[in-house]
Design a protein around this ligand. Structure first.
Ligand SMILES: Cc1cc2nc3c(=O)[nH]c(=O)nc-3n(C[C@H](O)[C@H](O)[C@H](O)COP(=O)(O)OP(=O)(O)OC[C@H]3O[C@@H](n4cnc5c(N)ncnc54)[C@H](O)[C@@H]3O)c2cc1C
Length: 431
């Protein structure tokens, strides 16, 4: 076991959650309990797994624990892109049939998420806004071309955009070229995960501020230690992303990669008037070290960029660099101050494949969605539970990849540093 904590503790609050009204968290676990199923991690994957387990086994006693609070933890820290189709790095124009099936599964999962959010009665900013993808340099243009080939091969709609059209839409002439694809929703992620959690069946006991500290296999199931209580469970589902490795599962395949976001205050109307014609949009980089951008419907800009290995970088450095990246794209901003700036951990795998399946008897894991796990995590959490019930499910490793092996420390970190420095040099104009 490494010296890392078994759960994330972030330096800053989630900016998205801070914009919402206060929410009363469910109580933490304060005593020992026994359940049929314990799910660790109440995020996109864990909430989906809990709902599916309940629908397939309504009589099962299910507990769902999270180290943080709904909306404040990692699931509410992302940029809010809910993709109905493959991510740029997953898109493969040479495997169109496989990609079409992935796209179908992802699109139907997105439809379920949307229906649930609507049914929750929560007010969530979510709309099928589509997404831009744009490239600033040769390296980015190559990836853009690959993505365009994938969209064409898969028969998906898109619109090519040159620098001036992009500028007229989003107010930035940073990018040489781009495209617009309609198959993406943009959401306020903390509001979305709160809405999804609100529909957990009553029989699912949700304990917030309850971290799993240690797992132990016992005869007839699993024992999980939390700060103030032990949980005995016949079945155990790990839906805690990169931190499943700190509980001893997927250690040779997962890394907690931290990435960061900054959100401006609501901008003055005169500033917004100089930011192109689209009032709400999102832009994903074509290079994986590039920056994600959003203009929210209430008139803020968000930038997501930078990575650090296994721990959060110093806050001052992050704020300065994110501001610099925003200014490069929007030199017309009078200032690039943020109202909120925060980090989150992505479950990174070397080849982008998932850590998914039954790893030990009665212990199921779905982790490692890399940079796009909102919709994909929801899908893989549901499929994991269906597989645990013996149902025939699509071949997840074949469709979404199986996480490849990574060397142990310190070689892994050295490898990461080398690869990151080469990629940052190659993609320096996309940063
Ligand atoms: C800044 C940022 C921007 C991103 N942007 C996007 C985007 O726009 N679109 C997209 O699809 N993806 C995005 N991602 C990735 C996305 O957030 C993840 O892929 C997604 O949240 C994965 O969902 P999950 O439920 O599998 O895991 P997580 O969201 O990581 O949830 C895991 C949960 O487990 C809990 N947990 C961890 N350890 C323990 C423990 N020991 N005990 C109890 N609970 C524990 C955590 O508190 C957390 O709530 C982004 C990520 C970051 C950090």
């Amino acid at each position: 076991m490494s010296n890392q904590k078994t759960f994330p503790e972030y330096k800053s609050k989630s900016g998205w959650n801070a914009l919402l009204p206060a929410r009363e968290a469910n109580p933490a676990l304060e005593k020992d309990i026994s359940v049929d199923v314990l799910i660790i991690g109440a995020g996109w994957t864990g909430i989906s797994a809990a709902k599916r387990w309940h629908s397939l086994s309504p009589e099962a006693g299910i507990a769902l624990i999270d180290a943080s609070e709904i909306g404040e933890g990692n699931p509410g820290r992302n940029s809010g892109f809910l993709l109905e189709i493959a991510l740029a790095e997953d898109a493969n124009p040479n495997q169109v049939d496989k990609m079409k099936l992935c796209n179908q599964l992802t699109a139907s999962t997105m439809a379920e998420i949307l229906a649930e959010i609507e049914c929750s009665g929560h007010t969530v900013d979510i709309a099928k806004t589509g997404t831009y993808r744009a490239a600033a340099s040769e390296v980015g243009l190559k990836s853009l071309q690959n993505y365009r080939s994938f969209l064409e091969a898969a028969g998906l709609e898109y619109e090519s955009l040159d620098r001036s059209t992009l500028k007229s839409r989003i107010g930035s002439d940073f990018y040489q070229e781009g495209l617009y694809s309609p198959d993406c929703y943009l959401a306020q992620p903390a509001a979305a995960i709160r809405a999804l959690a609100s529909l957990l069946p009553e029989s699912v006991q949700l304990f917030e501020n309850t971290a799993a500290l240690k797992l132990e296999q016992q005869s007839g199931g699993w024992q999980v230690q939390t700060p103030n209580g032990i949980i005995n469970a016949r079945k155990l589902v790990l839906a805690n992303n990169a931190f499943s490795k700190e509980l001893g599962i997927g250690r040779s395949r997962l890394v907690a990669m931290h990435t960061y976001a900054g959100l401006t205050p609501v901008l003055e109307q005169s500033v917004l008037d100089d930011l192109g014609g689209d009032e709400s949009w999102g832009l994903l980089p074509t290079h994986r070290l590039g920056s994600t951008l959003r203009r929210t419907c209430d008139g803020r800009l968000m930038v997501r960029s930078m990575h650090s290995y296994e721990k959060e970088a110093p806050r001052g450095k992050i704020i300065g660099e994110l501001q610099h990246r925003l200014e490069k794209r929007f030199p017309q901003l009078p200032n690039s101050d943020f109202e909120h700036c925060w980090g989150g951990a992505v479950g990174f795998t070397f080849n982008g494949g998932a850590v998914w399946g039954e790893f030990k008897p009665g212990l199921y894991v779905s982790a490692g969605c890399n940079g796009g796990g909102t919709v994909k995590g929801t899908l893989l959490g549901k499929l994991l539970v269906e597989a645990a019930h013996g149902m025939t499910v699509p071949n997840v490793p074949k469709l979404f990849g199986r996480a490849s092996w990574m060397p142990p420390e310190p070689f892994r970190k050295i490898g990461y540093k080398l690869a990151a420095s080469v990629e940052s040099r190659q993609g320096r104009h996309e940063l």
